[in-house]
Design a protein around this ligand. Structure first.
Ligand code: SF4
Length: 203
């Protein structure tokens, strides 16, 4: 039987041990397909609560949302603190239960490039500063990432493992319409090629 070279095996070969994903959910992040910029209601299957980390969530940041046009972010310090709380709690559990030694910080919930560049840079830099973090995996949409962010990620990709997870869902426009994805396949192709041309890992 033909063996599949999994992402887990790739990381294990490259870093010498199993790498654990630490799923992060930062308050203030939303999605243009939810906040009305592209559409409201989101993709038909969208249920972020079902997979998002609840650690470090505060009522204080309820109703606070960023987008690509936000000029300021009064809650950046709180978001950075949240990131640290979540990373510490989840990685501690993975260390205790599985003997985890290395980690990939996974910005998982909602659209994790849908915020002003300075906010993204601060969060990515902080995540990469934690002990034994080998890189980042960033979940996003192809219509919600900028050239500035891609350029920065390409720069840090020279030293760390950076993956951009474009939630493609389908290459068929008819399907994308049916699931209320809010962008077409041409947009996906355009931004995947841009990311690849800058040397980034895309999945
Ligand atoms: S792109 Fe992601 S966060 Fe946005 S509506 Fe679709 S599934 Fe939900």
């Amino acid at each position: 039987m033909k063996q599949v070279y999994t992402f887990g095996n790739y990381l294990k070969d490259k870093f010498g041990c199993k790498v654990y994903k630490v799923g992060i959910n930062i308050s203030g992040f939303t999605c243009p397909n939810i906040d009305g910029t592209v559409a409201k209601g989101g993709c038909t299957f969208c249920e972020n609560d079902s997979f998002s980390a609840s650690t470090g969530q505060t009522q204080e940041l309820k109703g606070f949302y960023l987008n690509l046009s936000s000029k300021t972010n009064p809650n950046l310090d709180k978001q950075l603190a949240q990131l640290e709380i979540q990373f510490n709690a989840i990685s501690k559990r993975q260390r205790q239960e599985y003997g985890a030694k290395k980690f990939l910080v996974y910005f998982q919930s909602f659209t994790n490039t849908y915020a002003p560049f300075e906010t993204l840079k601060a969060l990515y830099d902080k995540a990469l500063s934690f002990d034994n973090v080998i890189g980042l995996s960033i979940g996003t949409r192809s219509d919600s990432i900028t050239d500035e962010t891609l350029d920065y990620l390409a720069e840090i990709n020279l030293k760390k493992e950076i993956w951009i997870e474009f939630g493609i869902q389908s290459v068929y426009d008819e399907t994308l319409q049916k699931i209320n994805r809010g962008h077409d396949s041409a947009n996906v192709k355009e931004w995947i090629l841009k990311a690849k041309n800058k040397g980034l890992h895309v999945c």
